[in-house]
Ligand binder design. Structure first.
Ligand code: BTN
Length: 264
């Protein structure tokens, strides 16, 4: 399928006003973006690959990245935020990805805390947020937001263990969405949400996020810092974006990281 927006971005090395780095094949766009920053690259950029041989997911998992079917990108950001507020970017990014998918594919995606995007309960996109602090200018932090979206991935390309848990825009909506259009929508929406965050609008982001919360009121479990599995009911994120869970003895927990699994 001809994709005029993607072809134009490849040709001129820019996506709108942002430098654009295209790779036919790469190990991981996040690794590449982090290397760029550590090697002295400054300013925003979008790194995109047609395929990844070592796509990385959260918690050391891998991200299946076959050619021609997905959007595998990393956005380099230099957010004007206090270090304590950096984790809020992951919530803002989940909202941006969910909204842009809905706008392009006509879906009603939901978000599983912190930022898995789901269509009809199956994962359609994931986000890996990594950061690196610079020695000069001292303390400036670059954030690399790695986003993987299954755009036209057929079910046969998902590994066996993901068959029941993963989907793509095409499978979920029946629509052939062009990667270039989704890319532009996603990068625009991300910049809207990050600006909102920088201007102190996290509470507004959270309210919108809560309208897409896939876990609210559901039973789930997660591995706590002491390596114990805790079972409880999700009460949604608190004002800092931490997931609140009430366990079955009535105790309230704040989950700051890790993975939550919905109980069936
Ligand atoms: C997750 O849900 O576990 C996060 C998946 C993030 C995948 C994307 S694909 C583009 C970027 N490069 C990577 O190696 N990972 C992210």
């Amino acid at each position: 399928m001809h994709d005029a927006i993607l072809e134009a971005a490849k040709e001129c090395g820019r996506l709108g006003s942002v430098p654009f780095f295209w790779h036919e094949s790469i190990d991981s766009t996040n690794t590449s973006a982090l290397q760029m920053v550590r090697g002295g690259f400054r300013g925003p950029a979008v790194v995109l690959a047609d395929r990844q041989s070592g796509g990385r997911g959260r918690l050391g998992r891998s991200w299946v990245s076959p050619p021609g079917t997905g959007l595998y990108l990393s956005v380099i950001l230099w957010p004007q935020l206090e270090p304590k507020d950096l984790s809020k970017i992951t919530i803002a990014a989940g909202l941006a990805v969910s909204k842009s998918i809905d706008a392009e594919a006509g879906l009603a995606t939901m978000i599983k805390w912190p930022n898995d995007v789901l269509a009809a309960g199956k994962k359609i996109a994931g986000i890996l947020c990594e950061s690196t602090a610079l020695a000069s200018p001292l303390g400036q932090i670059a954030v690399v937001l790695g986003i993987g979206v299954n755009v036209s991935t057929p079910a046969a390309l998902f590994p066996d263990e993901l068959q029941q848990r993963a989907t793509s825009l095409l499978l979920a909506s029946g629509k052939h969405v062009k990667r270039g259009a989704l890319l532009v929508s996603l990068v625009d929406e991300l910049s809207v949400q990050v600006k909102r965050l920088e201007q102190g609008g996290f509470s507004v982001i959270l309210e919108e996020w809560k309208g897409r919360d896939a876990t609210f009121g559901k039973r789930l479990n997660w591995l706590n810092a002491a390596n114990q599995v805790v079972f409880g009911v999700a009460l949604g994120p608190d004002k800092e974006g931490r997931l609140q869970v009430r366990d079955f003895s009535g105790r309230l927990h704040e989950v700051v990281s890790g993975d939550v699994t919905l109980s069936s």
